[in-house]
Write a protein that binds this ligand. Structure first.
Ligand code: HEC
Ligand code: HEC
Length: 200
């Protein structure tokens, strides 16, 4: 029994750590990526040096959790996630991916100026209930592998939605989220995207 209570105690101790913005269990990169390296991969052409991507189709990646950035880049690497610009998204070694992830994680988020449909945004605000279970704090939360949705670029969010909805087995939508997206009519999901994009 002693061992059991020890294990329970340890798990209780670890739970808050697991929920930390940058999960402690992630390996650390062997080096800090230089501006020169980042430039040589053209990331700043589309995402800016600071991850504040100027193009409506390109997501803001500044301050995204390391775990999320790493997951996404590994999926690009393994062709498990659609990319319109595959040639720029790898392949990279695991260590390079961590270097990019840490660099962009350390930048400060800034929501772009963008126009949303205010009626849809109001409708979306009433629908966030279940999404808020993971995308907590109205989508501002960025714990573990949760990407920030609040103030993300609308065109990008809508394009992700199309990918989720096509039910395409080559590009399956995030497993965790499948049932939550499936149960919602497309019109409601679009309203949700306008709501998230309306936040600053
Ligand atoms: C030519 C433009 C371009 C270049 C260069 C580029 N990206 Fe991207 N990136 C995009 C676009 C567009 C998307 C949205 C998904 C898609 O269509 O590929 C994206 C998506 C991403 C995402 C996913 C974000 C999310 O939350 O899903 C990450 C991470 C990322 N890029 C990192 C990088 C890094 C690191 C580099 C440099 C190695 C890079 N990108 C180079 C245009 C670019
Ligand atoms: C069980 C947890 C969970 C729930 C509930 C959930 N999500 Fe997600 N969502 C995630 C995770 C984890 C990711 C990142 C995975 C990825 O991008 O591959 C994500 C990614 C997204 C993205 C893409 C963001 C990006 O930067 O690429 C959108 C859009 C999204 N969720 C919308 C929603 C909406 C709308 C709801 C409610 C109907 C919802 N999610 C409910 C966990 C969840």
């Amino acid at each position: 029994m002693k061992t059991l209570s020890g294990i329970v105690g340890l798990i209780t101790l670890l739970i808050p750590l697991l929920g930390h913005a940058n999960a402690w269990w992630l390996p650390k990169p062997t080096a800090t990526i230089t501006d020169q390296d980042i430039k040589s991969w053209s990331c700043p052409d589309c995402h800016g040096r600071d991850g504040l991507s100027p193009n409506p189709q390109t997501p803001v990646i500044a301050s995204m959790p390391v775990a999320h950035l790493r997951d996404v880049m590994q999926q690009f690497n393994h062709k498990e996630r659609p990319s319109t610009i595959t040639a720029h998204h790898g392949p990279f070694s695991d260590d390079q991916i961590l270097q990019f992830a840490v660099h962009y994680n350390q930048q400060k988020w800034q929501s772009p100026q963008q126009t949303v449909n205010p009626t849809l945004a109001r409708q979306g605000a009433d629908l966030i209930g279940k999404c808020n279970r993971c995308h907590e704090k109205q989508g501002y939360d960025q714990t573990d592998d949760q990407p920030r949705l609040a103030g993300q670029r609308l065109d990008y969010l809508l394009s992700r939605l199309d990918q989720f909805k096509t039910n395409n087995t080559a590009w399956p939508m995030p497993k965790k989220m499948r049932s939550f997206i499936k149960e919602r009519p497309h019109t409601e999901l679009i309203a949700l995207m306008h709501f998230y994009a309306s936040l600053r």
